[in-house]
Design a protein around this ligand. Structure first.
Ligand code: CTP
Length: 404
């Protein structure tokens, strides 16, 4: 998860009334862990759902609920609390509070803070499906966007009221990612990034198959970093157990052929292609339609393999390829194999994993192979490394906006 963007940031976290208040406890923990200072301000309604004591303990700062709070020396809480703020985040943002914001109403501490602010405003709506779909709410959200307010979410799914639909608040982790994304430098604004990630699964029969140990973590971290850098991101993922990064379009596939077809169907729109997936090199020629039975006294099964398409090489060989980046996981002599692989696949940039194979681990160390040089990046967690790699890729693109 991204952290660098939030270190040292000062956020006013405004809570309004709603059951989603419970998510803000976790959000506060994530934000403070990332090095942000969090000043919680709650409406009277929010205090009905979670106590200021809990929020004070998690944020490490006194919580404000009233504009008449005598703890602010000059008695101007509505000005003072947001004076140093890098942003005000309203989470959860109730239907009522969105309506108040549209009209610039200032009848309690939090609404007054918003009207008196001199910093960006982010709102994270949380409400019942009908309330979200109400034309008045939709008008209000459109107006807030037009006023330059960032609207994060909402999510879709089961709601506290028992209904299913749009309106529920993003989960704490997704809200955290969306806030980090807001602060990240937009070095890929206007670019479209297509990535592959994870392993592929090549069936032997309906229940068995061949796969590998790729966790997908590096590819997902890159997708997240590209999205945070302002890119439009399409992630083609093999079978992995990972959450989709916020704001990323994800397409799930199983086999190398399916991954190839998904990539080829979208690559014409991409400015950058990053092949991170550990694609199976071979598949069984004719996978059995039925489960292969273990019959006593019969010969062991044997399989004929055929080669899978090389997705990276296919993209690099297109008449007008996007800026194409490959990865290489080697179990030895990376220096030789890395450059050889880059030349063989005809890609301008290939990223090699240094040291032992790092499948599933959170840390990684890489070396960049390109025609004129190699560059080492220091060991770091995969998300930090992903951010550094996106910066390296951005540096290698032409200066003008979309390259194709
Ligand atoms: N790759 C691909 N399609 C394949 C095989 C690999 O797109 N069928 C891509 C990977 O996503 C990665 C790069 O090619 O970006 C290198 O993958 P790797 O498995 O290291 O290379 P291989 O070509 O499979 O070579 P080898 O297994 O012999 O090392």
């Amino acid at each position: 998860m991204a952290t660098a963007e939030l270190a040292g940031k000062h956020l006013v976290l405004g809570m309004t009334g709603g059951i989603a208040c419970y998510k803000i406890a976790e959000l506060t923990r994530l934000l403070t862990k990332a090095g942000a200072t969090v000043q919680v301000v709650m409406t009277e309604a929010a205090t009905q759902f979670i106590t200021p004591v809990t929020m004070q303990a998690l944020s490490g700062r006194p919580v404000y609920t009233s504009q008449w709070d005598a703890r602010v020396p000059n008695n101007m809480a509505h000005i003072d609390l947001s004076r140093e703020a890098d942003a005000i985040v309203i989470a959860p943002a109730s239907t009522d509070f969105l309506a108040k914001l549209v009209h610039g109403m200032a009848d309690d501490l939090l609404s007054t803070l918003c009207v008196a602010r001199d910093c960006p405003l982010l709102v994270v709506p949380a409400m019942n499906r009908q309330m979200w779909q109400n034309p008045a709410t939709q008008r209000n959200v459109a107006q807030l966007r037009a006023d330059g307010v960032s609207v994060l979410g909402p999510d879709s799914g089961p709601q506290a009221c028992g209904e299913i639909g749009d309106g529920r608040m993003l989960e704490a982790a997704a809200t955290y990612e969306a806030i980090a994304s807001f602060f990240a430098p937009k070095i890929l604004a206007g670019r479209r990034v297509l990535l592959t990630a994870g392993p592929t699964f090549e069936p032997l029969d309906p229940v068995r198959g061949i796969t590998n140990r790729s966790s997908g973590k590096m590819g997902f971290a890159l997708a997240r970093a590209a999205q945070q850098a302002g890119a439009d991101v399409h992630l083609v993922a093999g079978p992995v157990a990972l959450e989709t990064p916020w704001g990323v379009l994800r397409e799930d596939v199983q086999t190398a052929q399916q991954m190839h077809d998904a990539v080829m169907g979208s690559v014409a729109n991409a400015d950058i292609f990053i092949g991170v997936a550990a694609v199976a090199d071979w598949r069984v020629d004719h996978a059995s339609e039925h489960k292969i039975k273990k019959t006593a006294g019969h010969a062991l099964p044997s399989f004929a393999f055929v080669e899978n398409p090389d997705i990276l090489a296919a993209v690099a060989q297109l008449p007008r390829p996007p800026f194409t980046v490959g990865f290489a996981a080697e179990s030895g002599d990376l220096e030789t194999h890395g450059e050889e692989k880059r030349v063989r696949k005809k890609v301008p940039l290939l990223i090699g994993n240094l040291g032992p194979l790092t499948f599933g681990l959170d840390d990684n160390e890489v070396i960049l192979f390109e025609a004129a040089r190699t560059t080492r990046l220091p060991r770091a967690d995969k998300q930090t490394l992903a951010r550094a790699l996106i910066a390296e890729i951005a540096k290698r693109l032409p200066d003008t906006s979309p390259i194709r």
